[in-house]
Design a protein. Structure first.
Ligand code: GCV
Length: 649
């Protein structure tokens, strides 16, 4: 018997799968052919849609045929429409599931006109969300580290949730946007969470069972020190035979419980997490030990490249955090096992609103690379501010992709929690959806993805609503960029929680994130000629483009160069005037967006409208704070007045 489609409890938002989204398929005669668990999921979906909209599951004369011809793991499907009949064919249940949701996305368009058979397949095989969820509430980081959407979806009251209906519904949402893997716990693995690998694996098994019917594989973050903290060994040295045996045994037991387990995610030698450096071993030694344990079972280790000195002396101008990941990992290219994937943050620092693409992404030609994006808005307004990240991610994913993608997999840090809107800010759902769709097709037009999200989440939206949603979301990333840290310099946030402005918050700290503003100028000199040499990590043409302030794109100028306030940008404005102008404009844009949102009252469900309206109040207050602190700071430092004479405090 297929499992029924998950039911949302009262008050939980259906996100991009409201019932109405199934109207077109549900009103038709649907024939399903094939067998296997994911075909059963499609069966349950189609049956529910038909029951709701008057169609039926039939054995002849269908309007739509959904056919799986085998039981392989391929995710591809072929869609066609001929002589009034729509066909979706796949060689296994996974492909059929994605084909079914594609038909849902197309709505009536799937059933009109002639459509030559077109095959759709994802550009990358693993499209994963990392949840930074703790099982036990952490005294500083709470239940979800950098989580802005309530508690964890997976963990409550110190254990895996008993009622997994919401987790099943989550799996369904993820499948409908193309995501196929989830890591269920934080990469900072604390004592309680470490045990998920061993005596608490049963809880992970339950979560995996809830996600599996929608084609989601479950992964686990593990601590490198597990052989010591869980196994009682005296060392976690990756070349020690006892340690290797311990991992092999622990991993075999995980696979007994979860035969399709995806593998491990590891943050090692990073921000205090244990790692191979303690034993004089390399990160390849560490990753390969885990890869060897996973290999017989078909699993993968995602080894994070976020390795840098977080105890830096701010007086030391020779150490550049931006260089760290490349410097650590490029010498190891070719040394990693085939099932060890290097997981690289998209920028060299840490998910700032504007960073160059990490040069490490395309430097590892003999190592599988996963690019890590951050859907949770740690530095981009914490789901209080509207900041749709589609255009930024699209720029990242297109960078260096002219002759094929320079990476093999995509990961995002999840922005979801147990909040009724899933993402705290209802409009932040668009980020999750966009990640899934761009992971499937990194060259997709993000604007088209946004329209798709609007179409699904607000079915039958009048033009004014669809237009309004587009207006408040489409430019929101650039708006956020305007009123926060300027020209790629980054940070300037309140230390610790990272919300709101504090220009010098990290300036004299050990974290390696400095702007070096003085009375004459601002920015970090990362040139080869006079700076830290970071520009030398890029290949042509970027090593040259970034090297000179004359060719460096304006939006990254202060990331790469220290320039006087009077430096003239390509836009024709000086740096200081640009800072003033963008900060005034950014706030004005939030004011306009808030008005647009207000004008949509009556067109959006009241609870959703109210939640967004509340957050606009917060966003506007915060944006004004950013504007005033940044403008005042730079006015006081530079003494240069605003040429338009606006109020600066
Ligand atoms: C999970 C940043 C965040 C940390 C996070 C870390 C990481 O430093 O502030 O909360 O830890 O990145 O990506 O590992």
């Amino acid at each position: 018997m297929p499992l029924p489609v998950p039911v949302l409890s009262e008050g939980v938002d259906p996100a991009w799968l409201p019932e109405e989204a199934f109207r077109a398929v549900g009103g038709r005669r649907v024939l399903i052919r094939g067998s296997g668990p994911l075909v059963e999921t499609v069966h349950a979906e189609a049956a529910q849609a038909c029951a709701r909209f008057g169609g039926s599951l039939v054995s002849d004369d269908p309007d739509v045929v959904l056919e799986s011809t085998g039981e392989d793991g391929s995710e591809a499907f072929t869609l066609g429409h001929r002589d009034g009949r729509t066909t979706v064919t796949a060689s296994g249940g996974r492909g059929l599931l994605y084909g079914f949701f594609h038909v849902v996305r197309l709505g009536e368009a799937a059933f009109r006109g002639e459509r030559h058979p077109e095959t759709h397949r994802p550009a990358v095989a693993v499209r994963m969300l990392d949840h930074w969820d703790n099982v036990a509430v952490h005294p500083v980081m709470g239940q979800v580290e950098r989580g802005y959407a309530g508690g964890s979806l997976f963990w409550a009251d110190g254990r895996a949730r008993g009622d997994l209906e919401r987790v099943r519904a989550y799996g369904r949402l993820l499948a409908a946007c193309g995501i196929n893997a989830v890591a269920v716990n934080n990469v900072n693995v604390h004592a309680t969470e470490a045990r998920l690998l061993t005596d608490r694996i049963g809880e992970v098994t339950d979560l995996a069972g809830a996600l599996r019917p929608y084609g989601i594989r479950t992964h686990l973050s593990v601590t490198f020190a597990a052989p010591m903290v869980l196994g009682g060994l005296e060392t976690a040295d990756p070349l020690d035979e006892g340690v290797r045996r311990w991992w092999a045994g622990a991993t075999a037991r995980v696979y007994e419980a979860i035969p399709d387990f995806g593998g491990y995610v590891v943050k090692a030698d990073s921000e205090g997490q244990p790692g191979p450096f303690a034993y004089g071993r390399s990160h390849a030694d560490g990753a390969n030990m885990l890869a060897a344990a996973l290999q017989p079972h078909g699993g993968t280790v995602h080894w994070r490249a976020f390795v840098y000195d977080h105890r830096q002396d701010w007086r030391d101008r020779t150490t550049d955090r931006a260089r760290a990941a490349y410097d650590h990992f490029v010498p190891l290219d070719g040394a990693f096992a085939p099932n060890a994937v290097l997981q690289v943050k998209h920028g060299p620092m840490d998910f700032q609103v504007r960073e160059p693409v990490s040069p490490l992404v395309s430097a590892m030609s003999h190592t599988p690379v996963a690019v890590e994006l951050q859907a949770t808005q740690e530095y981009t307004g914490q789901q209080q501010h509207v900041c749709w990240l589609g255009p930024m991610w699209s720029e990242v994913l297109r960078f260096g992709a002219e002759d094929g993608l320079p990476f093999e997999e995509l990961v995002a840090v999840s922005n979801v929690g147990d909040d009724p809107f899933w993402t705290g800010h209802p409009l932040a759902q668009a980020n999750l959806y966009t990640f899934g769709r761009l992971a499937w097709r990194p060259d997709a037009d993000p604007g088209a993805v946004l329209d798709e999200w609007i179409g699904l989440s607000f079915p039958d939206a009048p033009r004014r609503l669809a237009g309004g949603l587009r207006r408040v979301l489409a430019g929101s990333w650039r708006t956020y960029e305007k009123y926060t840290a300027p020209l790629g310099v980054g940070f300037m946030v309140q230390p610790g929680h990272h919300y709101g402005p504090s220009v010098d918050g990290y300036e004299y700290s050990p974290w390696g994130t400095y702007h070096f503003a003085d009375r004459d100028g601002i920015g970090v000199d990362r040139s080869r000629a006079t700076g830290t040499g970071y520009t030398g990590q890029y290949t042509k043409p970027w090593d040259e483009v970034y090297e000179s302030p004359e060719t460096c794109p304006d939006e990254l100028l202060l990331f790469f160069h220290h320039v006087p306030y009077g430096h003239v940008l390509k836009s024709g404005s000086t740096v200081i005037q640009h800072i003033y102008d963008t900060h005034f404009e950014g706030v004005e844009e939030v004011e306009t967006a808030r008005e647009v949102w207000d004008s949509l009252a009556g067109l959006v469900a009241p609870a959703r409208h109210a939640r967004v309206a509340e957050r606009y109040e917060e966003q506007l207050g915060s944006a004004r704070e950013w504007r005033d602190q940044i403008n005042s700071y730079f006015f006081r430092k530079s003494g240069v007045p605003d040429e338009r004479g606006r109020t600066i405090h």
